[in-house]
Ligand binder design. Structure first.
Ligand SMILES: Cc1cc2nc3c(=O)[nH]c(=O)nc-3n(C[C@H](O)[C@H](O)[C@H](O)COP(=O)(O)OP(=O)(O)OC[C@H]3O[C@@H](n4cnc5c(N)ncnc54)[C@H](O)[C@@H]3O)c2cc1C
Length: 620
């Protein structure tokens, strides 16, 4: 065995020396290396390694891994140790916008440091100078973002400095959009899964590049989740319900039941798109935080088409700054402000339906009626299942991908997300606006606080259990977005028209039938009370004090009614700057030069069962 001292970097900058003994094994059918570590906390290392190396095993200081190279293993340990210890990376390129000069020049200006914007900035910084402008702050050091058990806390933080900005669709479904470096990947339930190959083909993407880019993202932020009892029962119940075959742990989108990836590591710490900036060229990148872009500037005189050449942004003190593109034929402004932010910013910059822009006193650069059209939000419906036995805290890990376009997922906890003192339904809590006791339009902050207060009087057993939920593909139903004011800080108005298309409703009903079979399956029996029949569970979900929406009397007999009455968001809303309508196949804004949009606003349908993997891939 050769023994050598290697240096492992952790906490992004600190270094430790680790003695690693390497034995190469060459037996017929088994090639690999055995590593023996000393000089490092082994229990920490084992957790790190077991979460990174899906095919490796760790046993008392001995790690074996199939056909990997030592360099790869050490590189993985470096990355994960940094995230595991949860400290801020020492990003030299991160600045508060208050320190930005009044005027600056770059090759690329990216608006929005979210799920797409961060990998995009990292990629472009390798060969050019890039300015990334993000209206929110840093995600590092905020336990509401980093800890799995705190899921929902950021969503219920309604302060102006919250990483989440609540918005309410015109139908009255309460929703959230990100306001933080890393974007939605800092708020989400962490499930990580690729789009299916048909989606990739239909999008006209290069399959090889797509796979390479997914792989790049996965090396840094995706993990195999530990499957405990609740998720295992859902997995086995799905198979009993005929959602087969079982495809094991995979990032791929395959018909049947599978365990997907997660951006939470083995210790429940979140890794976000902001972590991808670690691969940026620090000499090429400047990131400004609390930098809200108010508009894109166009040069019109002497040009065949309007040319985007700069942006106006304001810092946290309200001071105005301008950034312009260096001259160069490839230089561009790229909007990655998300499905609400991107169409909103195009309109604020004069690209949109001209009547609507004029009504807001905005000078029209390009009359483009399709900006803000095609807004969709995949409806989510869930059944709450109280459990006689304790359940683990879990966010989404298992998914059933059905033939008919309904995706079944589950989340659990006791109470749902480990906040016993707070009596909370986590992801479904009225604190984040879901399933409250009041008709949507009456859900004032006061009414929501009353609902939260009334939860405190409930028996703790009510909170033990979990949710089995479904999301439908697509969806086919679409709506639109319009400006409410001229301020980029204010939410635009959004209508999603949930279940307007009967196919969407049929998929929901079909999915609920599968959920019912899962609940009644043998595998799931330890987690249900025999005396709670399905109609009772449906009524409970629709009418329990904490989980009540205005409902019709027939929710337990009409699944159509149940779908409509208990519709929620799974936060996969998209559209507004769709490919083929607002942007071309290369994501260039049609009708102007020097401007692209790259983020979830360009999607026609939501990719895969959950979109974040594809959003990060697209940014890359
Ligand atoms: C609560 C929740 C749970 C979810 N769960 C999952 C899940 O489990 N799995 C999954 O795959 N997906 C999940 N999603 C969806 C996924 O996270 C989003 O689809 C994805 O993050 C969208 O990425 P984006 O780049 O389009 O937008 P974002 O990530 O929202 O990025 C947009 C960025 O632009 C910034 N911005 C906007 N306007 C301006 C401006 N004028 N100036 C400067 N900056 C601006 C915003 O602050 C934000 O950081 C969830 C989302 C949420 C909110």
């Amino acid at each position: 065995m050769a023994t050598k001292i290697y240096t492992i970097t952790y906490n992004w900058s600190k270094k430790i020396a680790v003695k690693i003994g390497i034995t190469r094994i060459h037996f017929p059918g088994l090639h690999g290396i055995l590593l023996r570590f000393s000089g490092v906390n082994l229990s920490l290392l084992s957790r790190v390694m077991s979460s990174r190396l899906s095919r490796g095993t760790y046993n008392g200081g001995l790690l074996s891994t199939e056909a990997g190279t030592l360099a790869r293993v050490v590189a993985d340990a470096t990355i994960t140790l940094a995230g595991f210890l949860g400290e801020s990376p020492n990003y030299k390129f991160l600045h508060q916008a208050t320190s930005a000069p009044p005027i600056s020049y770059y090759d690329y200006i990216i608006i929005g440091g979210g799920t797409a914007g961060c990998p995009l900035a990292t990629t472009l910084s390798q060969k050019a100078t890039v300015l990334l402008l993000e209206r929110g702050g840093s995600p590092y050091g905020n336990p509401n973002i980093t800890d799995l058990a705190a899921f929902g806390k950021a969503l219920s933080d309604l302060s102006p400095s919250s990483p989440s900005q609540r918005f309410i669709s015109e139908e009255g479904v309460i929703n959230a959009r990100a306001r933080v470096l890393g974007g939605g990947s800092c708020l989400n339930a962490g499930f990580y899964t690729r789009a299916d190959s048909q989606y990739v083909r239909a999008a006209g993407w290069d399959g090889r590049l797509v796979n390479e880019s997914y792989g790049w993202v996965e090396k840094m932020v995706a993990f195999e989740p530990p499957i405990l009892r609740w998720q295992a029962a859902v997995r086995d119940g799905l198979l009993e319900a005929g959602v087969s075959p079982y495809n094991g742990f995979t990032y791929d989108h395959l018909l049947g039941t599978k365990v997907g990836g997660t951006i939470f590591d083995g210790d429940g710490r979140r890794h976000t798109a902001a972590d991808l900036l670690r691969f940026a060229n620090p000499k090429g990148l400047t990131v400004m935080l609390h930098a809200t872009v108010h508009k894109v500037l166009f040069r019109i005189k002497g040009k065949k088409r309007p040319l985007a050449h700069g942006v106006v942004f304001r810092d946290a003190s309200g001071n105005k700054h301008r950034a312009y593109l260096n001259s160069g034929p490839k230089n561009e402004i790229i909007i990655s402000a998300g499905a609400l932010g991107s169409p909103q910013l195009l309109m604020l910059s004069g690209i949109g339906p001209s009547d609507h822009l004029k009504a807001h006193n905005i000078s029209v650069v390009l009359d483009q009626p399709l900006v803000g059209q095609g807004m969709s939000d995949n409806p989510m419906n869930a059944i709450f299942v109280p459990s006689p036995s304790p359940v683990e805290v879990s966010l989404i890990q298992v998914v059933g991908i059905t033939q008919f376009g309904s995706y079944i997922e589950a989340a659990s906890g006791e109470p749902f997300v480990a906040m016993p003192a707070e009596k909370d339904f986590g992801m479904f809590s009225p604190k984040i606006g879901q399933l409250s006791t009041l008709p949507p339009k009456q859900r004032t902050p006061e009414a929501l606080s009353q609902a939260i207060e009334s939860m405190k009087a409930l028996d703790p057993a009510v909170f033990r259990g979990g949710f089995i939920l479904e999301k439908i593909l697509g969806p086919i139903s679409t709506g639109h977005l319009a400006l409410k004011t001229k301020s980029p800080h204010d939410n635009p108005t959004v209508t999603f028209n949930y279940f307007k298309d009967p196919h969407d409703l049929a998929r929901c009903v079909h999915g609920l039938k599968v959920i019912e079979t899962v609940i009644e399956s043998k595998a799931f029996s330890p987690f249900r009370y025999d005396y709670l029949s399905l109609p009772i569970l449906l009524n409970m979900t629709a009418s329990a004090p904490v989980n009540l929406l205005p409902k019709h009397a027939n929710v337990s007999t009409s699944l159509e009614q149940f779908c409509k009455d208990t519709v929620m968001t799974i936060w996969h809303y998209h559209g507004g700057c769709q490919v083929g309508r607002v942007v071309d196949d290369d994501y260039r804004v049609v009708g102007v030069d020097g401007l692209r949009v790259v983020d979830g606003s360009t999607f026609i349908y939501s990719p895969g069962t959950n979109p974040q993997a594809t959003v990060m891939m697209l940014g890359r």
